[in-house]
Design a protein around this ligand. Structure first.
Ligand code: CP3
Length: 335
């Protein structure tokens, strides 16, 4: 059993940093693009055999220390009454977004039953690679899900959700509560079915001003973290200067975007685990630069409780050789 990732995520000292990449199971891999010619995104996500093949693509190429399930943060919207698809050139589109304050509470189907393809995917992965790498489950965070549910499509600064919180504060909280409960239940289910580590992607919550983040987000992140009986990584972008608000949710690991200086994060967060945080654009540089920048992060983070990752998802144009260099740089470390 390879438990490097689990040990680092628990804050332990490890012989080298474990490594995986956000969005590793996606468009930068040519075989992913081939598989997607035959299946829509939602078809690929909901068919455990297809999702298994895609989840394993980065394993076959790079042997990372963790495999993030091929799925999406938006899958949880379906049991809550929202339909979505991925529109090429646009991104995620919700067909029936929240139309007003009275349209927040919809059908609430049981999460595990409705999302049991995720459990089946975990079973399959456990059989295939469970003894050689860690399985990373995930869910979106309440604000990020609310932003899609309200706007119905990607927005640059999440203005629709930010407006909604001021125009309909009670409905906004009900929507956040709906997602908080569903996400807590979904993550607990994934751990039950074999996820070794989980990550909460509340990627966009950092667009809220600090006082509103404190009020609306921190208690809900705490609730989610408390419901999960496995090491939990909490990732929010744009939290530089207020990492304390991430730590306040009491996760095992704080996910850092690339605008955070790793050494400064360590000073601020003490013994708390950290994940990150190479700028994804560095993977477009030459090999020596990739190694050098990656080593700088590893050095600054030190031997304890560091999960090496990018500061956000791998870009779709990234050369596979660059990803290999990144992974190998971590694997060559001996503390
Ligand atoms: O490789 C992995 O990380 C595994 C699975 C994963 C996907 N999305 C697959 C995916 C994970 C963990 C996510 C998280 C996710 N999805 C987030 C949070 C983190 C982040 O990166 O911000 C968000 C906000 C989403 C919503 C979403 N779904 C977006 C923004 C997109 C991309 C749209 C686009 O056109 O680029 C998706 C679709 C999606 N999810 C793809 C993949 C591989 C691309 C679909 C495709 O065109 O093939």
């Amino acid at each position: 059993m390879s438990d490097l990732l689990v040990r680092a995520a628990r804050g332990e000292r490890t012989e080298r940093p474990p490594v995986w990449l956000m969005r590793q199971a996606g468009r930068h891999i040519p075989e992913y693009r081939e598989i997607r010619e035959d299946y829509s995104f939602v078809e690929a996500v909901t068919d455990p055999a297809v999702a298994e093949r895609i989840t394993l693509l980065p394993w076959e190429r790079y042997r990372p220390d963790g495999l993030v399930l091929f799925s999406d943060i938006l899958t949880i919207l379906e049991p809550l009454g929202f339909e979505y698809h991925i529109e090429s050139g646009v991104g995620p589109v919700i067909e029936n977004p929240v139309s007003g304050p009275d349209d927040v509470d919809r059908s609430r189907e049981p999460i595990p039953e409705r999302l049991d393809y995720v459990g089946e995917l975990l079973d399959r992965l456990e059989d295939r690679v469970g003894d050689r790498t860690s399985l990373i489950g995930f869910a979106g965070g309440p604000f990020t899900l609310a932003s899609y549910a309200i706007a119905g499509e990607p927005t640059r600064n999440h203005l629709p959700a930010r407006k909604f919180r001021l125009q309909h504060p009670e409905a906004f909280e009900r929507l956040l509560d709906l997602f908080t409960e569903a996400v807590a239940e979904f993550l607990a289910y994934q751990v039950d079915r074999g996820a070794d580590v989980v990550q909460v992607f509340d990627t966009y919550a950092g667009v809220l001003p600090p006082a509103d983040y404190e009020r609306y987000i921190v208690p809900r992140h705490r609730e989610i973290v408390a419901a999960v009986d496995a090491p939990t990584i909490l990732f929010v972008r744009n939290m530089n200067g207020r990492l304390g608000q991430l730590a306040a949710a009491d996760p095992d690991v704080v996910g850092l975007d690339w605008t955070v200086e790793m050494g400064a994060a360590r000073d601020q967060l003490g013994d708390l685990g950290v994940q990150g945080n190479l700028d994804p654009s560095v993977l477009f540089a030459d090999r020596a630069t990739i190694r050098e920048r990656t080593r700088e992060i590893i050095e600054a983070a030190g031997p304890q409780g560091h999960v090496l990752n990018l500061g956000h998802g791998v870009d779709r144009e990234t050369p596979v050789d660059s990803v290999r260099t990144f992974v190998e740089t971590a694997k060559n470390v001996r503390w």
